[in-house]
Design a protein around this ligand. Structure first.
Ligand SMILES: Cc1ncc(COP(=O)(O)O)c(C=O)c1O
Length: 348
């Protein structure tokens, strides 16, 4: 691990915040240059816990992962950013991605000056582990795998992931943003003890309906989590978010995940019957990748009628594809009504 981490990060003397130096109870806090007046209520005049221990205790219970193996950030996008900062010397180290996949891996690589090697998924959107290992050189420090994959929606084959964890010489990041929608899937977070080079990403933005709160999670060895904590901004998760998350975890998910899965099936069937739909790909996530004739016309038609979907047709292997989030029953009804009424001549 020490060989994978950038030298400047290994030698970093991290910023020590007032709240990390003193974490006990006291009656007067004059250590953080805060405003002692609680002007707006709710103690927002005070800095939050930099390591979010109360939230981590709940997440540890929920996910079955020890606190030392949990990092919390401003969305899982923050964790992606930190992994580049920790492992990739700008302009020297490289990362591997498997398109079509989540766009932020490339954006973060570009921001950090990290060259990307691309190894496309196969035509069924499965990994090609041998090709990935062939493409990997000693400067490839990060490999991003997204399962279920965005935008294709499918879980990646666990045997391929295992092969990569055992043979790739850098860090394997398994992004499980959509895992809660994958029936019967088990998280790679339960395999951390076996693979010191594994980082699992999850988020509360999807199944937990907290995209606006911004809370992402990384699960990894205590050593990797240590470096994520020293590199992150000291107070990276605000107090309102920590409170919102604690209260959501107390309340629980309810039945929105099974409802979404039922809606996913309903949408799949209804979309498959439309004559301009070529294929609805099977999905383990809360969205569908749909191949259509005239996809850009349909995209614009939906937009003109107030329904926004994602045009993925310029992604490799996704020609003619729109990515459609599974919404509420009402939202899906509106989508289906509009698509049922679509005629090319209406657009002219
Ligand atoms: C695969 C994947 N990973 C990560 C994220 C980022 O999630 P967050 O809201 O936690 O930053 C997304 C968001 O769409 C995603 O699709």
């Amino acid at each position: 691990m020490q060989n994978l981490i950038r030298k400047n990060i290994l030698n970093l003397r991290p910023y020590s915040s007032a709240r990390s130096e003193f974490s006990g109870t006291a009656s007067v806090f004059l250590d953080a240059n805060e405003n002692g007046h609680d002007l707006f209520g709710e103690a927002l005049n005070r800095y939050p816990d930099p390591l979010q221990l109360a939230v981590k205790q709940r997440i540890a219970k929920l996910k079955g992962v020890p606190i030392e193996s949990i990092f919390l950030g401003n969305g899982s996008d923050e964790a992606i950013d930190l992994l580049f900062r920790i492992f990739c010397e700008p302009g020297v180290d490289e990362a591997i991605i498997c398109p079509p996949t989540y766009g932020m891996y490339r954006v973060q690589a570009d921001i950090h000056g990290t060259p990307i090697r691309e190894v496309l998924l196969d035509e069924n959107f499965h990994l090609r582990p041998e090709s990935i290992l062939e493409a990997a050189s000693s400067s490839c420090k990060l490999l991003f795998l997204c399962s279920p994959n965005n935008p294709t929606g499918n879980l990646l084959d666990p045997y391929s992931i295992e092969l990569l964890l055992e043979n790739f010489k850098g860090i394997v990041v398994v992004d499980e943003a959509y895992i809660d929608f994958a029936e019967g899937a088990t998280s790679w977070a339960h395999r951390l003890d076996e693979y010191p080079n594994l980082v699992v990403l999850q988020t509360l933005s999807k199944a937990w309906a907290l995209a606006g709160a911004r809370l992402g999670m990384a699960f990894a060895s205590p050593e990797i989590i240590h470096y994520m904590n020293v590199v992150k901004y000291p107070y990276n998760v605000g107090l309102p978010t920590q409170r919102a998350v604690l209260s959501a975890l107390e309340t629980g998910l309810g039945d929105t995940v099974p409802i979404t899965i039922v809606e996913r099936m309903r949408l799949t069937e209804a979309l498959s019957e439309l004559d301009f739909v070529v294929q609805v790909y099977p999905s383990d996530a809360n969205f569908l990748l749909v191949k259509m004739r005239d996809s850009s016309l349909i995209f614009n038609y939906l937009k003109q009628n107030g329904v926004v979907v994602r045009d993925r047709s310029r992604e490799p292997l996704c020609e003619g594809c729109l990515r459609i989030t599974v919404g509420t029953a009402l939202e899906n009804n509106k989508l289906l009504r509009l698509l049922g009424a679509f005629r090319i001549d209406q657009l002219c």
